[in-house]
Design a protein around this ligand. Structure first.
Ligand code: ATP
Ligand code: MG
Length: 342
């Protein structure tokens, strides 16, 4: 039996979990979802891909739980169970020693939530837990020189949060996390349809509209699609036509909230680092950043070049992967703020 399990990196997303195993690369990309039996809510029926598959087929007999919301643990027991499942799936159980695990967190996560997350991962089967801010990991994943004495500005837009950070000399200089992301775009589209078109749609319909029609900038050519939902007035099935201009109107407000968060960070950035950022631009990561023309909207709002990373949704786990391979670069959560004698 091998002695030590290989170290693991986990990008803990509101929507997706990615797991990296040292020496092997990314081994898991699955939804962060658990389904329970509706009759007996102590019975877990499935986790990750299987949970999504099962819930899609028998939603009446199951309860779907997302144990991570906006980068925080929403349900401790279910989260621990989900970690256990993914750790086992990633490295198996045939090891005597437990792995070290690096986990991504939003910027500014408070001590209570840091401790809860550390504890849940430790209970699930880890020796040491290291928490790494998402934009720091994403910056490494998109190839930025985070350890150099220059300013790098990264905006990681996920499903639950947008994390903005200026990074220099291996640390976060100024950062901000706001609860705006892909889910807020979906909500804004569903709200608009309810308010302006009197039609109720589910989150999957809103998600499809976001990906197929919505744009952060007004489009030259207006396109229209038919949206099916439930008529709010007489609760019968109904269809309305919905234009790209309306979809743009719907997502305007969450787009503006992202720009506001970036501006907040820029206003607090030391001038030398701000000068670097004006030259090298703002780097967008996270799959939420794939909203059409969001890069152009941010660039035109702030007057700074914006670069959307290649495979934005993978940047965070690739950065965590780099740190997993070079674990000496990180400090364990449980050794962080302890004073030491020289
Ligand atoms: N083409 C696209 N256009 C717009 N949004 C997209 C597109 N593809 C994916 N998304 C959105 O990206 C979000 C998922 O991104 P990601 O996987 O980076 O989030 P996460 O890491 O799970 O969440 P978080 O980091 O906020 O906890 C979802 O809201 C999804 O709808
Ligand atoms: Mg993420």
């Amino acid at each position: 039996m091998p002695l030590l399990a290989p170290d693991i990196g986990i990008d803990l997303g509101t929507e997706n979990i990615n797991v990296y195993v040292r020496g092997r690369g990314i081994v898991i990309s699955e939804p962060s979802l658990v389904v329970l039996d509706r009759e007996n809510s102590h019975t877990v029926r499935a986790v990750g891909d299987e949970a999504r598959f099962l819930y899609g087929r028998a939603p009446d007999t199951l309860i779907a739980v997302s144990p991570i919301r906006n980068g925080q643990i929403a349900d401790f027991d279910i989260a621990e169970l989900m970690f256990k499942y993914f750790i086992r799936k990633a490295v198996g159980v045939s090891y005597l020693g437990k792995p070290k695990i690096i986990v991504s967190v939003p910027c500014g996560l408070d001590d209570v939530n840091r401790k809860a997350l550390t504890e849940a991962v430790r209970m699930a089967g880890s020796k040491h837990v290291f928490l790494i801010e998402k934009p720091f990991a994403a910056a490494i994943g998109t190839g930025l020189p985070v350890y150099d004495p220059i300013g790098n500005l990264v905006v990681d837009i996920g499903a639950g949060t947008t994390d903005v950070a200026v990074i220099s000399l291996g640390g976060l200089v100024v950062s901000q996390s706001v609860q705006v992301g892909g889910n807020k775009f979906n909500d804004a589209i569903a709200d608009y349809l309810r308010r302006e078109c009197s039609i109720l749609v589910g989150s999957q319909t809103a998600e499809n509209i976001k990906k197929d029609l919505a744009s952060a900038m007004p489009l030259d050519e207006d396109r229209t699609i038919l949206v099916r939902g439930v008529n709010q007035l007489n609760t019968s099935a109904g269809t309305v036509s919905f234009s790209a201009a309306q979809a743009h109107e719907a997502v305007k407000s969450p787009c503006a909230a992202i720009v506001k968060a970036i501006r907040w960070v820029l206003e607090r950035t030391p001038p030398e680092l701000a000068a670097d950022i004006m030259k090298s631009g703002i780097h967008l990561t996270g799959d939420g950043a794939r909203l059409f023309a969001l890069d152009r909207f941010i660039s035109e709002s702030l007057g700074i070049p914006v670069l959307l990373a290649r495979d934005p949704g993978d940047c965070c786990i690739l950065g965590i992967g780099y740190l997993t391979e070079n674990i000496q670069l990180v400090t364990p959560q449980d050794k962080r703020s302890r004073p030491t004698l020289k």
